[in-house]
Design a protein around this ligand. Structure first.
Ligand code: LMR
Length: 402
């Protein structure tokens, strides 16, 4: 038989948390797993700007005929402007393209397919820890993942020196996956000076940056958060940027993402583009339009754009507020714990510096669902559940001291 003899594939560690949360019958259950923004009521609402754009499309869109493997051209333009700016040197030199992909993951996949075509021996350097799909997609293409130190999950410490030391072992032509901002899973980002230092070393060593940029707007602001993507794609001759509108447009299921390619010359770029679009054609032919059409409409309309920016700011500020509140409550409830580092971090995620056993207790005794490695989604905290969560975590410390 053809379809027999496989052993079962393990669950993706993030999707597993969602599955466990769904299956739990505990009325107090809390979902701190998958990276989805939730409002103060614990709801992932549709943004007003998105609703309005959807209404506009319902009334005005007059065809759903095919676009092309590159996707929605207006979307590609506005996304590229938002990522690297319209005045980017690669724009003037005709050596940059942005193609719509199904979500940021589609962008990662198509970017790595081009890497594989150009050099199957390129190592793909991935931060330790990272979003698990970086490694999974790399392996699925039979490219070789290598790890660089990034964050000590048990101590809550960013390891910039370790990162630089590990990357000093990379060879010319290797690809380095970098998180544009709001590192998934630690929330620890490089400072602008550290980005400068890294870009200088990568240029000297001939390394190629692949910036995964899924949280633009969730760290400091839409413009400020693009520092790394702009720097890497300006200082280095070649770069890839995978981006996503899942989080900042709260359009998770619409799968609006993109891959941006910067080549060293206009001549090489034309050839690279053709291979990238060829990879699209054999994978999914063309990306789905709806989410991209919504984004293109919002970013192309002055009022809607302003409304969307204020919605992004609101999401960012709520997460920051919950970081503060979490630290305040933990200091009150378990003065012998130290979660102060959480306040300084960016975006949706942080690690709880807990043992595997303590994490197990939170999941099994309290139905607080987080990743087995301690990653939590701060946006899953609300005024309604913060006491339940911080009481549970405090009990781990208070029972230790009894
Ligand atoms: C996450 O890290 O939780 C999100 O990026 C969702 C996903 O697809 O894993």
């Amino acid at each position: 038989m053809l379809f027999s003899g496989l052993s079962e594939m393990g669950d993706d560690p993030i999707l597993l948390v969602s599955k466990m949360f769904k299956a739990s019958a505990n009325p107090n259950k809390v979902d701190l797993g998958v990276g989805v923004y939730k409002d103060a009521n614990g709801h992932t609402a549709i943004l007003n700007s998105v609703k309005k754009a959807e209404q506009y499309l319902v009334s005005n869109q007059d065809t759903k005929t095919y676009l092309s493997p590159a996707g929605n051209a207006n979307f590609n333009q506005v996304v590229q402007d938002m990522l690297i700016g319209a005045d980017h040197p690669a724009v003037h030199e005709s050596r940059v393209s942005t193609f719509q992909t199904p979500g940021g993951t589609g962008g990662v996949r198509i970017g790595l397919e081009l890497v594989k075509k150009c050099n199957p021996n390129a190592d793909i350097w991935i931060s330790n820890p990272t979003w698990p799909n970086h490694t999974a997609v790399t392996k699925s293409l039979e490219l070789k993942p290598r790890q660089y130190r990034y964050y000590d999950t048990k101590g809550g410490v960013f390891l910039f020196e370790g990162m630089m030391e590990d990357l000093s072992r990379a060879k010319s032509g290797d690809v380095v996956i970098l998180h544009g901002c709001c590192h998934n899973a630690s929330g620890a980002d490089l400072s602008n000076d550290q980005w400068d230092e890294l870009a200088t070393v990568m240029l000297e060593k001939g390394l190629v940056p692949f910036v995964d940029f899924a949280y633009q707007g969730f760290s400091r602001g839409l413009e400020e958060d693009s520092y790394a993507a702009r720097l890497m794609s300006t200082m280095l001759p070649e770069a890839l940027i995978a981006s996503s509108c899942s989080k900042n447009f709260a359009m998770y299921r619409d799968r609006a993402g993109a891959i941006t390619l910067i080549s060293s010359s206009a001549e090489e770029h034309l050839k690279n583009e053709s291979h990238m679009l060829g990879a699209v054609r054999v994978n999914y032919s063309m990306p789905p339009d709806h989410g991209a059409a919504v984004v293109a409409h919002i970013l192309g309309d002055t009022d809607l754009r302003a409304e969307w920016i204020s919605e992004v700011n609101k999401m960012r500020n709520r997460v920051k507020k919950m970081r503060k509140l979490f630290v305040l409550k933990m200091n009150e409830k378990a003065p012998n714990s130290d979660f102060n580092y959480i306040e300084e971090l960016n975006g949706l995620f942080s690690y709880l510096t807990l043992s595997a056993e303590q994490i197990h207790t939170l999941i099994n005794d309290y139905s607080i669902f987080l990743m087995a490695n301690g990653r939590i989604n701060i946006a899953g905290l609300t005024e309604a559940n913060i006491d339940y969560v911080t009481d549970a975590i405090a009990s781990l410390f208070n029972s230790e001291s009894v």
